[in-house]
Ligand binder design. Structure first.
Ligand code: IVH
Length: 670
């Protein structure tokens, strides 16, 4: 393959695999097998290894499914992590009970537990301390996620009490409570990030993040459900659960000791209804023979224990009628089709709407007007249409056709190559985009303007009081008009105006995030503000300069360049500047630690094992050194890490600029 073909192959694989990740993690609808996926991923990883210069920061080898990385150490499980046999009805469960009785007689008990819908984790403790946390992986080996597991509050880092063995393993399920999921997922939507389809995906995405400090911000919980020790300490599973509870582990309070199968069935039926009242998702019940000797007697099949089984609840589904399909336009212009349904009771709530994701989904279902559809609510918060009952279709019903123009402003919709989503390109005059952008600007994570709410923005827009973000800063000139609005007392107006005035002091990174540039989320805005320091250097940065900033990939760089090419965007920025908003990072008063690097200039490039580029930059500046933005003969040192761009290397070599490592830099300070 020529270099050109290699680059093209890498680009194609990146695009394709990212699409599959989206289908898998977000839509929970994979379209290829795991095997196929892994094969392509391996091909990509190999090409990237050989041609690191073509590695894309958005490559799925770096990030899987948004936040997941494959950079964890693989660890073999001491005891394999098995799965459970499944049953779906009373008959299956009675047959399981028969098999058990045939093997061990009539004198035994069951422990019934909820089947938590998360991801399983195996924790190792040595001398009372958590030493390792490993995911299930393929059952024989998994990922070492110890650093991340340590951030989970309910996982004890040190065992309480005594009586625990020198070494033991304990297994359980990591999950996220539904209210936390709802809150964090709406924040993701607000930040223009792809939302997770359900709490399980969110928990799994979080546990496999590279940055543990980010994991710590996301509240995960963990129920433990099985203890492994070299020597048997207890006679029954129930006793072991009581013990580990005293050692400080989180054990689900609904676990129940049952004396026979009819008690088990009562438990199964009880939770079939009550599960919707729990703050977390369960997808069934796990039934375990209580006595360890009896468990041993029953033994295992190749994949699962004969002493335990799971009863899986069916995803709840119900038929209803599609009333119409409407199209929502978000603040970025993304158009989402929504199925408006005849209200129907499902999984404890009344369902009126279901998401249709995009045009592909509508054609996959072959949806027609007035169709009778089957709606399912599994782990997903938003119900989805899984099938159409074509027998009930009205004769002559028209197929649902995706609109060609924006339902809000009439502009022709566009669909970028390789993307499933349609966009309305009219970001300057399409009402939901304008309102959405202003709502984003005032939101808590952006400018956090007190006294001004999301609905108020909508009202002000409809009354013609504001049309652009900058109009917020002229509202004080319109007090008379404001006073005439319902529900606007003098006090609330003055609170709001004070809030707006105060927002002029918000730091540059918040303003930048508030502008709502596609793909510029909170973290990216922070990185950009830190790197470029002010809006003018950011606006004049080339694609390559943008990409050289930490964590800024091709997609973000392109989006920034495109944004700053819009004359209206520039006009807005100028208006906001005029009103006194912060477009410059506050001068960091770097406390000079030494003057050892006085008069020396540096460029930092590549990735370092022990420091981020920003940290190295701080170290250099704190010791009197200067950071340059491009390689020239004036440069004294190039601090070079791994995966440095080949063009930089070439230029530095040509100009005979010494390359030093991060360690050598620190040596200079000694
Ligand atoms: S016991 C050999 N108990 O279900 C015993 N598993 O299909 C293995 N799970 O991988 C597991 N809640 O991730 C057990 N109360 C519970 C569970 C539970 C959820 C998951 C676990 C396991 C899968 C087995």
């Amino acid at each position: 393959m020529s270099l050109f073909q290699i680059k093209e192959r890498i680009d194609t694989l990146v695009k394709e695999l990212n699409g599959h990740n989206y289908n898998y993690y977000v839509l929970a609808q994979p379209t290829i097998s795991d095997f196929e996926f892994d094969k392509k991923l391996a091909e990509l990883a190999e090409l990237e290894k050989q041609y690191p210069e073509y590695q894309d920061p958005d490559s799925p080898t770096q990030k899987i499914g948004g936040d997941i990385t494959k950079e964890f150490k693989t660890v073999r499980h001491k005891w394999p992590m098995l799965s459970l046999g499944n049953t779906y009805n009373e008959q299956d469960l009675r047959e399981f009970d028969e098999r058990v009785r045939k093997a061990i007689g009539d004198r035994f008990e069951y422990v019934c537990e909820l089947k938590f819908d998360g991801l399983s984790l195996s924790l190792t403790y040595e001398n009372g301390k958590l030493t390792r946390a490993v995911t299930r992986g393929d059952g024989t080996q998994g990922d070492d996620v110890t650093a991340n597991a340590r951030t989970i509050q309910t996982i004890p880092k040190i065992i309480r009490g005594n009586g625990y063995p020198e070494m033991f393993e304990i297994r359980g399920e990591v999950f996220m409570h539904k209210p936390a999921f709802d809150r964090l997922n709406s924040e993701r939507i607000e930040n223009n990030e792809v939302p997770y389809a359900n709490p399980r995906n969110f928990a799994s995405g979080t546990l496999k993040m590279q940055d543990s400090s980010e994991v710590a911000k996301r509240p995960l919980d963990c129920f433990l459900y099985f203890l492994y020790t070299d020597k048997r300490l207890y006679n029954t599973h129930w006793e072991s659960l009581l013990a580990v509870k005293n050692w400080g582990f989180h054990i689900c309070e609904h676990t129940k000791l049952c004396t026979d199968i009819s008690e088990v069935l009562d438990f199964v039926h009880l939770w079939e209804e009550k599960r919707f009242d729990l703050s977390y998702d369960i997808d069934g019940i796990v039934i375990k023979v209580n006595n360890f000797s009896q468990q041993q007697e029953l033994g295992f099949t190749a994949k699962s224990p004969r002493w335990a089984i799971s009863y899986k609840y069916k995803a709840q589904e119900v038929e209803t009628v599609l009333e119409k399909v409407t199209y929502q336009v978000g603040r970025t212009g993304a158009v989402t089709p929504v199925a408006n349904l005849k209200p129907v009771l499902l999984a404890g709530t009344t369902v009126k709407r279901a998401t249709l994701h995009n045009a592909n989904e509508i054609s996959r279902l072959g949806l027609h007007e007035g169709d009778t559809v089957l709606v399912e609510k599994g782990g997903e918060i938003i119900p989805k249409i899984i099938a159409v009952n074509t027998i009930k279709r009205r004769a002559g019903a028209a197929a649902i056709s995706y609109p060609e123009v924006c339902p809000e402003c009439g502009s022709n919709l566009v669909r970028k190559e390789g993307e499933a989503v349609h966009y309305c390109p009219n970001d300057e005059a399409c009402p939901p985009q304008i309102v959405g952008k202003m709502q984003h600007f005032i939101s808590r994570k952006a400018m956090n303007i007190e006294g001004l709410g999301q609905e108020t923005i909508d009202t002000f827009y409809k009354k013609g009081l504001i049309e652009h973000i900058s109009d917020l800063y002229t509202l004080h000139e319109k007090e008379d008009q404001l006073k005439q609005l319902d529900r606007f007392g003098e006090k609330s107006i003055s609170n709001m105006l004070e809030g707006i005035e105060r927002s002029k002091q918000m730091p540059f990174e918040k303003v930048l995030f508030g502008l709502g540039i596609r793909y510029v989320g909170e973290t990216v805005a922070k990185k950009l503000a830190g790197h470029f320091r002010n809006i003018d250097s950011l606006m004049s940065a080339s694609l390559e300069e943008l990409r050289s900033a930490e964590e800024i990939g091709e997609r973000i760089a392109e989006s920034l360049v495109e944004y700053f090419q819009g004359p209206r965007h520039i006009q807005q920025i100028n208006e906001l500047k005029r009103h006194g908003l912060q477009f410059e990072s506050a001068e960091q008063t770097v406390e000079l630690q030494s003057t050892k690097l006085d008069g020396l200039s540096f460029i930092i490039s590549g990735v370092f094992e022990n420091y981020s580029r920003d940290e190295l930059k701080d170290i250099i500046e704190a010791n009197g050194g200067k950071i340059l933005s491009s390689i020239s003969a004036k440069l004294n040192y190039l601090v070079a890490g791994d995966n440095m761009g080949p063009s930089k290397l070439e230029k530095a070599t040509k100009l005979k600029i010494p390359l030093i490592s991060d360690i050598e830099l620190l040596e200079m300070l000694k």
